[in-house]
Design a protein around this ligand. Structure first.
Ligand SMILES: C[S@@+](CC[C@H](N)C(=O)[O-])C[C@H]1O[C@@H](n2cnc3c(N)ncnc32)[C@H](O)[C@@H]1O
Length: 298
């Protein structure tokens, strides 16, 4: 964070002469801003990481249940488990956790107790944990979970590809669900997917092995170079969109298009919005690039 502040300060001081902010410095700012975008601070000084909120909520529930058990005010396993779950959910709500955390808090200890009663071998929990870690990897930090684009969305994105042989990149490519149908439909185009989570990437590698026009990379989308693509596709979450925009507008070439599935870039009007017409109500937000670092007008 110190480095980010120093670079931002140097960039501000260079305001009178923007040329003195080097390209390398700008790329480093974008890389550092990915989890600390200007104007929002989801993981910085003022916001608590969601995983820490969840831990605090669970511990608060446990502390309350233990205190009630000790005083004898509440007896029996299920009343105590229920109190733990209710208090955990209430504390999570008080900490402004996302709404989907509440059913998790309500169900966590009750399900653990039921599973314990069913005599399931602890090795299964470990196996489930390892699989979830390999699939979701840094989701607790990036706040970008795994969900896949459907065939209707792939068809809609296919219509956005230029008629000439083009290059397209999916940043956060999951298992390649979007790239597979596109690569089949457009053998004249080159497709690249970059994915961070090891298990998801490995599944993609297996599923895409027969597609010669797909390049499948494991890595962080913020380390990818966006300068060689006619279309960049993002299906992420609201959290990284400001940083994605900063990177895209600094690196994508003129007349290329950033397509974001479901999540708008904060503070920037899209050039077009496409309703895919699927049951999920998918909307694609299109941002056309002009000269480096600018939006195309019209
Ligand atoms: C919502 S899924 C979209 C998958 C795919 N693009 C699709 O449309 O089917 C988002 C994916 O982005 C990956 N991801 C999240 N942050 C990333 C990062 N910084 N670099 C690379 N991949 C990332 C997640 O692991 C997840 O697989």
């Amino acid at each position: 964070m110190c480095e980010l502040r120093r670079l931002r300060f140097a960039g501000g001081a260079a305001g009178a002469n923007p040329a003195s902010t080097t390209h390398a410095a700008r790329r480093r700012i974008i890389e550092l801003e990915r989890y600390d975008p200007p104007g929002s601070d989801p993981f910085g000084r003022h916001a608590m990481p969601p995983a820490l909120k969840a831990l605090l909520a669970q511990l608060a529930g446990l502390a309350a249940a233990v205190a009630l058990a000790r005083t004898g005010a509440l007896v029996g396993l299920w009343p105590l488990v229920s109190v733990q779950a209710l208090i955990a959910a209430t504390v999570a709500a008080g900490l402004r956790s996302a709404r989907w955390w509440l059913p998790i808090h309500l169900g966590f200890l009750p399900l653990a107790v039921v599973a314990h009663g069913a005599g399931i071998h602890p090795g299964w929990y470990l196996a489930a944990f390892v699989i979830l870690v390999l699939v979701y990897w840094t989701s607790f930090r990036t706040q970008v979970p795994l969900y896949l684009s459907n065939p209707a969305t792939a068809a809609a994105v296919g219509k956005l590809l230029p008629a000439h042989p083009a290059r397209m990149l999916d940043i956060g490519a999951g298992t390649g669900a979007l790239l597979r149908p596109l690569a089949q439909a457009r053998p004249d185009c080159r497709f690249t997917g970059i994915e961070l989570a090891p298990a998801t990437w490995a599944i993609g590698r297996l599923l895409l092995r027969r597609h010669a026009n797909i390049e499948w990379l494991r890595g962080d989308l913020f380390s990818a170079d966006l300068s060689g693509y006619d279309l960049v596709y993002a299906f992420l979450s609201p959290v990284p969109m400001a940083a994605v925009w900063a990177k895209a507008s600094a690196e994508m070439p003129p007349d290329s298009t950033l397509v974001s599935n479901s999540f708008e870039v904060p503070g920037h009007e899209p050039d077009a919005v496409i309703d895919v017409g699927d049951r999920r109500g998918t909307r694609l937000f299109l941002y056309r690039m002009g000269a480096r670092g600018e939006r195309r007008s019209g």
